[in-house]
Design a protein around this ligand. Structure first.
Ligand SMILES: Nc1ncnc2c1ncn2[C@@H]1O[C@H](COP(=O)(O)OP(=O)(O)OP(=O)(O)O)[C@@H](O)[C@H]1O
Length: 357
């Protein structure tokens, strides 16, 4: 079913509903023995102008999900399930149509700007090439006007328009990359660890810029990061990913103040902050995604694991706050399930004995 349409004199009719809708979306890579199920059935929406943070340990599938949403996956990978952009089915689009959407309506901000900028091209030429590729017939005057506007929003003075990439600091280069992604006024952008290579002050500046973007461009953003502080500061909602699945998703403040999934709680505990007195970490490591554990994928590492967690997948549950959680222990805590004594018996810790062996 198509989303409701509203008039937009500039770009034609655009849907008023979510920008991105993923329903049981799966992405897998061909592995040596079995497929690597990097995204294993995730469902969520991103609304216009919204910033959704995506967090989780390394190897949980965050980058794969971000790239999968844009159709930027390597050969040997595949997508399944449902994915709609402004109401249109993305998974049925051919490669050519996907390419046409990318850059124009969909954008990506990468971690390493220097590898994406051509050292022999002036910044003005990068903008001209980007705009002319996606907006055929755009005039020279408009190229300049749009480029300078994007630079202004990123806090880069117009006097630097004709400079070369190496003449900029790391933070400025990252802002240039963002400007290049936004000059096309995309409806949706994936930013994959956009500040990892930067120092903390520059990082704070970039996050502020990303946070303010929606006022200027109404762009929706999926912000992938290891830094939970960034999410707390810049994101409206947060999705917590573990072993290819979204285990908790909800308003960022609510999830941080009152984490429901045991994994979210442990992830927050293992974060270093000014208030941290001891260093916590989660025992073990995320599973091999070509052979994840049955039931809840987190059960071998979960301090709250019960017998049922090892055999039956927990079911998604939506709370009145809008948070969605998939966790047997949370269901028991909230008294929304009644388990038998056997089902709720604590699970013996296999991981500890394996570690000690
Ligand atoms: N091109 C690929 N071919 C095969 N497997 C891959 C490929 N890219 C990623 N993977 C596997 O998919 C899983 C998820 O990787 P992904 O990079 O999406 O995780 P991530 O959460 O973004 O990690 P990080 O935070 O370290 O970037 C991992 O097991 C990884 O080894």
């Amino acid at each position: 079913m198509k989303a409701e349409l509203v008039d937009d004199p500039g770009t034609g009719a655009i849907p008023a509903g979510p920008v991105i809708e993923a329903d049981d979306l799966r992405v897998w890579y061909a592995g040596p023995t079995a497929p690597v199920r990097a995204v294993d059935g995730v469902s969520f929406v991103i609304r216009p102008g919204e910033i959704l943070g995506l967090v989780g340990e390394s190897g949980c599938g965050k980058s794969t999900l971000g790239r999968g949403l844009l159709g930027l996956l390597p050969d040997g990978s595949a997508r399944d399930g449902e994915l709609r952009f402004r109401g249109d089915d993305m998974l049925s689009l051919g490669k050519k149509d996907q390419y046409a959407l990318r850059g124009g309506s969909l954008g990506m901000i990468f971690q390493e700007p220097l590898t994406r900028l051509n050292p022999l091209m002036r910044i003005s030429d990068h903008f001209a090439e980007t705009l002319r590729t996606h907006e055929k017939g755009i005039s020279k005057a408009e190229v300049e006007e749009r480029s300078l506007e994007a630079l202004r929003v990123m806090g880069i003075p117009p006097t630097r328009f004709r400079a070369y990439p190496h003449e900029f600091s790391g933070g400025m280069r990252q802002r240039l990359m963002i400007a290049l992604a936004l000059v096309l006024r995309p409806a949706f952008v994936v930013a994959d660890e956009p500040t990892t290579a930067l120092d903390v002050l520059v990082e704070a500046q970039i996050i502020r810029i990303l946070h303010d973007l929606r006022q200027t461009y109404e762009t929706s953003l999926l912000l992938i990061t290891h830094n939970l502080g960034i999410v707390a500061e810049a994101c409206d909602r947060v999705a917590v990913m573990y072993a290819g699945r979204i285990v908790e998703i909800g308003p960022a403040r609510e999830v941080f103040a009152n984490p429901r999934h045991s994994y979210t709680r442990e992830l927050l505990r293992s974060t270093i902050s000014l208030k941290t007195t001891g260093l916590n970490f989660i025992d073990g490591a995320p599973p091999d995604l070509s052979d994840p554990p049955p039931g809840c994928h987190f059960h071998p590492r979960c301090p709250d694991a019960m017998k049922i967690c090892a055999t039956r997948e927990p079911v998604d549950r939506e709370l009145p706050s809008g948070t969605r959680v998939t966790c047997w222990a949370a269901d028991v805590r909230d008294e929304v399930v009644t388990l038998t004594e056997t089902e709720k018996a604590p699970l013996p810790k296999e991981i500890d004995s394996a570690d000690e062996a």
